[in-house]
Design a protein around this ligand. Structure first.
Ligand code: URA
Length: 243
């Protein structure tokens, strides 16, 4: 790994402030290749640093897959309700650059949510050109009309307030009022607005997967780290399971 200043490394990984690192060193909490470092400004390979006897917690990019529970917001503003960030370890919440959600799910929506501290990854996972599939399980207020399959697939639906139509979307009817909708874009409240546009109402919305990342093995509120790659580079192997 690329050498980094100890004070910058510990502060960016959420351990403490840059200024405090010298006190951590003095207290013997930081080791580099088994030795007490001479100062907080020396550069070290993060893989050779131990903090309180433990390797540095994700010194590189962090990509987290969470099963978002209902009632949590993707905003950083806690006036909007409990935040998905509150479910993460405090050290991750103190990282700088901070963790951000890759797109957003509504407060009442459950399911697959990615979070990362890397802007390039946000772009890679959300850019419409990448056509990353997101699968939504939808419960509706009114029975589904099978003609909707062709209508959503045609890519003609222009939502209220928009100028460009929604991309073609795949609708699978699973029951009278239950369907799976597969989107490759993420307009604001898109699923709810698509069904509202055809006179229906979404009662429950669950995202089963974001590209190759399924949360079927995670309970609501649980999360895990995955390989910090874009959606196409390699399958999202498991990092350290953390929830
Ligand atoms: N579409 C919505 O309407 N809400 C979500 O949370 C996600 C997609």
């Amino acid at each position: 790994m690329k050498p980094r200043r100890l004070d910058e490394l510990l502060a960016s990984c959420g351990y403490t402030s840059r200024r405090e690192v010298k006190n951590w060193i003095r207290a013997g909490r930081v080791r580099v290749r088994g030795q007490k470092p001479a100062s907080a400004s020396i550069k070290a390979d993060p893989g050779e640093v131990l903090i309180d006897g433990e390797p540095v917690d994700h010194p590189g990019v962090l990509l987290v897959l969470m099963h978002k529970p209902a009632g949590y917001v993707c905003s950083h503003d806690d006036r909007e309700g409990p935040r998905v960030y509150d479910l993460l370890p405090p050290r991750w919440q103190a990282r700088n650059p901070s963790l951000n959600t890759v797109g957003r799910l509504d407060k009442d929506t459950t399911g697959a949510l990615l979070l990362t501290d890397d802007g390039t990854l946000v772009h890679a996972w959300t850019h419409p050109k990448r056509k990353v599939e997101k699968h939504y399980l939808v419960d509706l207020a009114h029975p589904l009309d099978p003609t909707l399959i062709g209508f959503f697939a045609a890519g003609d639906l222009v939502l209220e307030g928009e100028t460009t139509p929604c991309r073609p979307a795949r609708l699978e009817i699973l029951g009278d009022t239950r369907a799976r909708l597969v989107l490759t874009e993420g307009k604001y409240h898109q699923v709810r607005r698509m069904f509202a546009a055809v006179g229906n109402e979404v009662l429950r919305l669950h995202r089963e997967c974001f590209g190759p990342c399924s949360i079927a093995h995670l309970l609501p509120g649980q999360f895990e780290t995955i390989n910090p790659t874009g959606p196409r580079e390699e399958p999202p192997g498991n990092g350290a399971a953390t929830a």
